[in-house]
Design a binder for this molecule. Structure first.
Ligand code: PLP
Length: 421
């Protein structure tokens, strides 16, 4: 009986036109939302989504846009998102451990693969322990509130990622914002924060809009001088920065000076999803007890765990992929500079082609796509006014020919639109 009713209900829900809520409140809400959406369109900041009909990779198919599009805008830094061994590991984990846990970790959601992956992450970063989250956004949302009290202080780079900003908003610590990568300002803020019990300096390891790398050596020196802890978000560093891809702390020789690392499994490490915190065991133990996005959200699906675990195996076996990404980055940066473009940042696969004017960035990105090259223009409010750019992201699986084609297309399009003299 109930089965037939459920089937009828599902059929009813699945078929026919969407049902619009009626009533004055619903109508008022609709008017308000439509006006807000109109404002976004009017401000020229509407974000539309291109539909990909193939796997993630250096060559894509876009819905309605043909095949063989060269892709330069994913965070697939090591090309592992479609690596055959990563995909096989996901399939094996799916078959052995099922689709998902239907539970949070502490109730009925911890499988041996979750524990194995946490151990592997800690080993990769040479830390005591690690804890998994559904995303790094969640890891950032959970850590500050669990760790810091009104007696403490957090000092945050003004250009930190939105998830760090939101995580800090959620905590009751005293908040200090220092100017982007400005060590004088950080020192001044650290002096001011001496009155608090504990000080935590929080910074992105690499900043995703500018491709610049935090001056971690100097940050760690200041932290030592003013008795502070250092937290880094390594989403745009894990897997490829440093001789063995351990990240910004390895690159700058301060692995023993950074206390806490948050990072993602959704970029270089297979690109599926997931995030983590790694650091001292007592901190990880506390997060398992107190961190709200960990306590109150479903466990990572086994296939996702399988992808990340295999990605880490590949990285720990050899640093060849990370090194090849560095060589490709160098090729793109030097050829673009020689062509007359200004590329922000240094030695990072995020290569922002600085254009200044928002319209120029947008029409050039469109023209690049007409030439089969997928890149994205960024303008205010994502980046400061007058600093519009096209962000190019290099991957280890781009061939030298792919990179050269991209540079040639930029040169043509840049000349056409007067971005190159
Ligand atoms: N931190 C930084 C610096 C990021 O760039 C991102 C993603 O864009 C995140 C955190 C969030 O990572 P996730 O996609 O795992 O939630």
């Amino acid at each position: 009986m109930w089965r037939a009713a459920a089937v009828r209900a599902l059929r009813g829900a699945g078929a026919g036109a969407p049902r619009a809520a009626s009533g004055a409140a619903a109508a008022q809400l609709r008017r308000r939302l439509e006006s807000e959406l109109e404002d976004i369109r009017g401000a020229g900041t509407w974000k539309s989504e291109r539909i990909i009909t193939s796997r993630q990779g250096p060559h894509l198919c876009l819905a309605g846009g043909g095949a063989g599009i060269l892709n330069f805008c994913a965070n697939n830094y090591l090309g592992l998102s479609s690596h055959p061994e990563v995909i096989r590991a996901a399939v094996e984990a799916l078959e052995k451990f099922g689709a998902g846990l239907s539970s949070v970790r502490f109730i009925c959601g911890t499988q041996s693969i979750h524990k194995d992956l946490e151990e592997k992450i800690a080993r990769f970063h040479q830390r005591e322990d690690a804890i998994l989250y559904a995303s790094c956004f969640d890891a950032n949302a959970g850590i500050f509130e669990a760790l810091l009290t009104p007696e403490d202080a957090v000092l945050s780079d003004e250009l930190n990622h939105a998830s760090i900003i939101d995580g800090i908003r959620l905590c009751k610590a005293n908040k200090y914002r220092y100017k982007h990568m400005d060590m004088q300002d950080l020192e001044a803020k650290l002096k001011e924060a001496q009155k608090h019990r504990l000080r935590l300096v929080a910074t992105d390891g690499a900043f995703s809009m500018d491709g610049d790398i935090a001056p971690l050596r100097e940050i760690c020196q200041l932290a030592q001088k003013y008795d502070a802890l250092v937290f880094i978000d390594e989403c745009h560093a894990t897997g490829f920065l440093g001789p063995n891809g351990r990240g910004t702390d390895e690159l700058l020789g301060v692995m023993d000076k950074v206390t806490i690392i948050n990072s993602t499994l959704g970029k270089a490490l297979g690109g599926a999803a997931g995030g983590y915190t790694t650091g001292p065991k007592s901190l990880i133990d506390l997060l398992r007890q107190r961190s709200r996005p960990y306590l109150f959200s479903n466990s990572l699906p086994p296939a996702v765990v399988g992808c990340a675990s295999k990605a880490l195996d590949l990285l720990m076996e050899s640093n060849a992929i990370a090194q090849s990404m560095a060589a490709k980055t160098q090729r793109f940066r030097s050829k673009m500079t020689a062509a007359g473009f200004t590329i922000s940042g240094k030695d990072h696969p995020i290569c922002p082609v600085m254009l200044g004017d928002a319209r120029l960035a947008s029409v050039m990105a469109e023209d690049m796509l007409n030439r089969g090259i997928y890149v994205i223009g960024f303008s205010y409010p994502v980046v400061p006014k007058g600093k519009a750019r096209i962000r190019v992201q290099i991957s280890a699986v781009h061939s030298d020919e792919d990179i050269d084609r991209c540079v040639e297309a930029f040169t043509e399009v840049g000349r056409k639109h007067g971005a190159l003299s």
